[in-house]
Design a protein around this ligand. Structure first.
Ligand SMILES: [Zn+2]
Length: 207
């Protein structure tokens, strides 16, 4: 997406996987990049909208960040760094290029941290994975994000991760279309603009 005029970040979730939506927290990646995660609070807002933290957890972390602003700022720096690594890995893979080992290292470092927080929770019919100390750890939102990246990278879905065909967007998404032909991050935004441009140039050529 390329709405640059908005001041409050408006997050969009068109990537179809959590890690891809996280990678898309920069608008106009190729044209004129605009950072959407400018504060730890933005990161919390995104996490709630992405449904990886509930309101109660967000409130607890917001309070913790107020008490430990330095630590919250460090988490934001780590979040942006691992997001860029995730983006670079998927974007290079989409172009069938081997990702830089420094990016894979960054993701692995965060994965190691996330793995120490994984725990099993008994349910009626079995067990599910969950995360320990979600309300205590300022970096709790990074755990499901890096786990999601690892899951996609080690699955057949990786073949269907694409970069938006728009000139300036650069967003990544999982192509879940039946004939594997989705080209834009979303049809309403980039898809429509591309269609409008095509119609405009066809009209111009015709006249
Ligand atoms: Zn796009």
């Amino acid at each position: 997406m390329s709405e640059t005029e908005l001041q409050t970040p408006v997050f969009e979730f068109t990537g179809k996987r959590l890690c891809l939506d996280f990678a898309n927290t920069v608008n106009n990646r190729i044209g004129n990049p605009r950072e959407l995660l400018n504060s730890y609070d933005d990161l919390l807002t995104w996490s709630q909208e992405a449904q990886i933290l509930i309101e109660q957890e967000v409130e607890a972390l917001r309070e913790r960040a107020r008490q430990h602003p330095g630590a919250a700022a460090e988490v934001l720096t780590r979040a942006v760094a691992v997001r860029e690594a995730i983006y670079a890995i998927f974007a290079t893979r989409a172009h069938e290029v081997t990702p830089a080992s420094s990016d894979v290292d960054k993701l692995n470092t965060e994965l190691t941290r996330a793995n120490t927080q994984m725990c099993l929770v008994p349910e009626q019919d079995g067990f599910t994975w969950n995360w320990a100390d979600k309300e205590q750890a300022l970096d709790a939102m990074l755990w499901p994000v890096v786990r999601s990246a690892a899951d996609v990278l080690t699955s057949e879905e990786l073949q269907d991760v694409r970069v938006c065909a728009s000139d300036d967007c650069g967003w990544v998404f999982l192509d879940t279309s039946k004939n594997h032909s989705r080209r834009w991050c979303d049809m309403k935004g980039c898809g429509n603009r591309a269609k409008a441009r095509k119609q405009y140039s066809q009209k111009k050529q015709a006249s």
